[in-house]
Design a protein around this ligand. Structure first.
Ligand code: GDP
Length: 441
């Protein structure tokens, strides 16, 4: 995410860190690099200029000049200003209506339909009962797409194929929501390649009828400055309540995210981070700034882990590890739990310095290795997984064949598993000893 600006800023920081004495000229030199990084990321020119001015003024303040590590202080100032630029805190959704309604607007291809479904999924997880409303009367394909996504999620979709009056659809959608106890309507509206007057007129009429609590503009982050221009237009026409920035997983340079709040005054509320329906998250400026600056995003990682890991199960496994009873079936469980956390790349990317670590690392290889291990264990019978000692030569040949590896590869995996098991046993013993001596809580 935002790799280029992230790398450039981290390079600029290398110089800043070494800064012993602060003077106006050496601060200006260091900040020039930061400014270039912002401009190259397609940050609005004025926004970048004001940003640098603010950082410079604060950097030349008494507190920084007198500090032991002025460079570090400046980095902290840049971090804080970046958080501010991204919107300071997460702007939540206002869902006060009964039913509440959300209008999703945006250009073709921005990710509007996908984000509508992703949002419905997120709200369901938060205990709400959403209904997706197909309000694009010009593109039957968009209706079909929404219908498919709704089915996939088990979330109802209200649609009337052949109806050309979007206001009629909206009225009936409210009746449908009430009759089916749905408390949140998400309107997937029509998009165009470019914003035009007939589209605006239609959206205004729909807005006036629906009176939505939220009008969320869906924007493709990869379009940089253009996304900000689009936002300005939509905001003038509709008075949007915030935006959803999509495709942050791609090669977005960051310009849209970093200029949006300053230029339009409207917060980024949510972010799309991949094609899958779970790749969607509330936009947290603090976490985003830390990710951009290579400081990691441990909070998100812990949140993901809490969602993916079953605590009871974790305790049971820990107990087994300590007693040396951890078998191949448990190992398989662990591999699968880890997968629920996301791809290796996305996990490592959230660690402090993680993006640095990723450079040149062949995660694909590790990911493949995990898959092969999973394949080998899956090819075993339950008994073999629980008691690997019974794995004689003929069983090994069968398993290797079944999982498409050589016997040597299977043997290597089993040897490594044995070593791991020995290690766990030793650690378990050590822990017990320390507990006896009162060395550990
Ligand atoms: P719409 O025309 O605005 O409704 O756009 P769609 O929802 O059909 O999305 C257009 C394309 O962008 C589809 O191929 C989506 O899978 C893709 N897309 C949407 N959001 C994201 C995202 O956050 N990341 C990635 N990588 N692709 C996305």
């Amino acid at each position: 995410m935002f790799d280029t600006i992230s790398n450039k800023l981290q390079n600029a920081f290398k110089n800043l860190r070494g800064l012993g004495k602060i003077s106006e000229s050496n601060v200006s030199d260091s900040l020039r690099e930061v400014r270039l990084a912002l401009l190259e990321a397609d940050v609005n020119f004025k926004v970048a200029r004001d940003f640098i001015e603010r950082v410079k003024t604060k950097s030349l303040g008494q507190e920084v000049i007198e500090s032991v590590h002025p460079g570090q202080q400046i980095i902290k100032i840049i971090h804080d200003e970046l958080v501010e630029l991204l919107g300071s805190t997460n702007a939540g959704l206002n869902l006060s209506g009964n039913p509440a309604s959300i209008m999703m607007v945006g250009l073709h291809g921005s990710g509007k339909t996908t984000s509508s479904a992703k949002l419905a999924k997120l709200l369901t997880k938060q205990g709400r009962q959403p209904v997706l409303v197909a309000a694009d009367v010009y593109r039957p394909a968009a209706m079909d797409q929404l219908e498919t996504l709704g089915k996939q999620l088990g979330i109802p979709v209200f649609l009337k194929k052949g109806e050309t009056d979007v206001l009629a659809i909206a009225r009936e959608a409210f009746d449908f929501a009430r009759a089916n106890n749905r408390n949140t309507l998400i309107f997937d509206t029509a998009g165009r390649l470019q914003i035009d007057e007939p589209l605006v007129q239609e959206l205004v009429r729909l807005r006036d009828l629906v009176k939505p609590q939220e009008i969320l503009l869906v924007l493709d982050a990869a379009t940089g400055q253009e996304a900000v221009n689009v936002a300005t237009h939509f905001d003038q026409a509709l008075n949007i309540t915030g935006s959803i920035l999509t495709k942050l997983d791609g090669d977005a340079r960051g310009g849209a995210a970093l200029s949006m709040k300053a230029v339009t005054g409207k917060p980024i509320k949510l972010a799309g981070t991949g094609e899958k329906l779970e790749d969607f998250e509330p936009f947290h400026p603090e976490r985003m700034a830390s990710r951009i600056l290579g400081m990691g995003d441990v909070v998100s990682l812990v949140e993901r882990a809490a969602e993916a890991v079953d605590e009871e199960e974790a305790k049971r496994l820990e107990e087994k590890m300590r007693k040396g009873e951890f078998n191949l079936e448990d190992f398989l469980d662990q591999l699968r739990q880890m997968k629920k956390l996301g791809s290796l790349e996305s996990i490592v990317g959230l660690l402090p310095g993680g993006s640095d670590m990723l450079k040149g690392a062949d995660l694909n290889k590790s990911e493949k290795e995990f898959k092969r291990m999973e394949g080998m264990i899956c090819a075993m019978t339950f008994k073999e997984r629980r008691q690997p000692v019974i794995l004689n030569a003929s069983r090994r040949i069968r398993i290797a064949k079944g999982s498409g590896v050589t016997v040597t590869e299977l043997n290597n995996m089993l040897n490594r598993f044995n070593q791991m098991q020995q290690m766990m046993k030793k650690m378990g013993k050590l822990q017990k000893m320390m507990m006896k001596k009162g060395g550990m809580p």
